[in-house]
Design a protein around this ligand. Structure first.
Ligand SMILES: *Cc1c(COP(=O)(O)O)cnc(C)c1O
Length: 383
């Protein structure tokens, strides 16, 4: 391998965007309608269909989707919401937006996700909801979680931010959820730059979320546009501006069509990582759970205690080969924003957050780039 190749940096993630997206955005610009409009509506319809859900409400990002999910579910001050600490901080922040308290639960070591057993340790009589994450795209067992939570009247919000294209129990992730939230940030698979979606099985919740994203206006912008003499609007509760633009939705429509191909390519590359890692001692790679398939949004590797390198040394070793891995999923309970909260011991969360790293994986990754990462993992045993 030449020095030049050696020094070419391999990033952890790159969005897969092409001329079709460029054309779609140009068309929106030429149309003159750039804010939330017909393309947002078309993206919602296509997204709902692709994910087997009744209603999809496009939003500015997944954080605002989490906020509205808790609002429509009626979560408020005095309520507790069980969340994994092992997640991007937005998951733990969301309950505080409605005046509720996040309560941290530990996760399963194989999937990095909540289970009925870990949720049970964090539930109190004040628990109103659970935000369960498909962490890194690995589907959680929503059927098992709902079977446990539904009889107790605990609403389950599936934070599927990372999981577009993953499946559970033979259906797309989110299909069995009363409420699910999605992110279209470039760090996920399907991207619109920034963007999010709230999907729900309930028509009343979808209708309220649609109003709340537009300042809780009784007459939508689309309705006003449709009539020459716009009807008077009223504002019946305090709403938000959480809208997606038609520019973003146009990109989303193209990206949604690309999603199956993106997932197939990621699974192919991840399978090759798995082959490489199986023969190496001291490492464990995330994979599919028994009930579903992951999109490998985050293809994480755990550096086990018997490996001569720890996670930080492994990242340095990879960086020396021009490979930009990332520390694994964060733990919200260790951050100053949430550090004061009492919580049960979170041993699995602490182990995974300290020992895992995310390997480079993106659609355009060449076989040579992939091989370079595999080779570097191989030499890490005796660097
Ligand atoms: C990325 C992410 C979010 C936040 O998504 P945004 O669209 O950036 O707001 C929320 N939850 C999880 C699990 C995420 O990975």
């Amino acid at each position: 391998m030449s020095l030049e190749q050696e020094l070419t940096r391999i990033n952890v993630m790159q969005p897969w965007l092409g001329e079709e997206e460029v054309a779609a955005v140009s068309e929106v610009l030429r149309s003159g309608w750039v804010a939330q409009g017909p393309r947002v509506a078309a993206f919602e319809t296509a997204f709902a269909e692709a994910h087997g859900v009744a209603h999809a409400v496009a939003l500015s990002n997944c954080t605002t989707a989490l906020h509205l999910a808790l609002v429509v579910a009626g979560v408020g001050p005095g309520d507790e919401v069980v969340v994994p600490s092992f997640s991007f901080v937005a998951t733990a922040n969301a309950p505080t937006y409605v005046g509720a308290t996040p309560v941290f639960a530990d996760v399963d070591p194989d999937t990095g996700n909540l289970t009925p057993a870990t949720i049970a340790t964090a539930v109190t009589p004040r628990t109103r909801a659970v935000i369960a994450v498909d962490q890194g795209g690995v589907p959680l067992d929503l059927l098992a979680i709902r079977a446990w939570c539904d009889p107790l009247g605990i609403t389950v919000v599936e934070d599927a931010a990372c999981a577009a294209g993953s499946t559970a129990h033979g259906r797309p992730v989110g299909a069995g959820a009363e409420l699910a939230t999605w992110s279209f940030h470039p760090r996920k698979l399907l991207t619109t730059g920034e963007g999010g979606m709230l999907t729900t099985s309930r028509a009343d919740w979808a209708a309220r979320a649609r109003r709340l994203r537009e300042h809780a206006m009784s007459v939508s912008a689309a309705e006003r546009h449709a009539s020459v003499l716009a009807p008077p609007e009223s504002f019946d509760e305090v709403g938000f501006n959480y809208r997606m633009t038609d520019l973003q939705a146009a990109v989303g429509l193209v990206q949604l069509r690309r999603l199956p191909e993106m997932v197939a390519r990621r699974r192919e590359l991840a399978a090759r990582y798995a082959e490489a890692v199986t023969v190496l001692p001291g490492m464990r790679l995330v994979g599919d759970p028994a009930w579903g398939t992951t999109n490998f949004q985050s293809c994480w590797l755990e550096v086990l205690p018997d490996h001569p390198l720890d996670r930080e040394q492994m990242m340095e070793h990879l960086a020396a080969a021009g490979i930009s891995a990332r520390r694994g999923i964060m733990a919200a309970h260790r951050q100053p924003a949430h550090g004061e909260r009492g919580h049960a011991p979170l041993p699995v969360t602490e182990r995974l957050t300290d020992r895992t790293l995310v390997l480079p994986l993106f659609h355009q990754m060449s076989d040579a780039e992939h091989q370079r990462v595999c080779d570097a993992l191989g030499t890490a045993w005796r660097p």
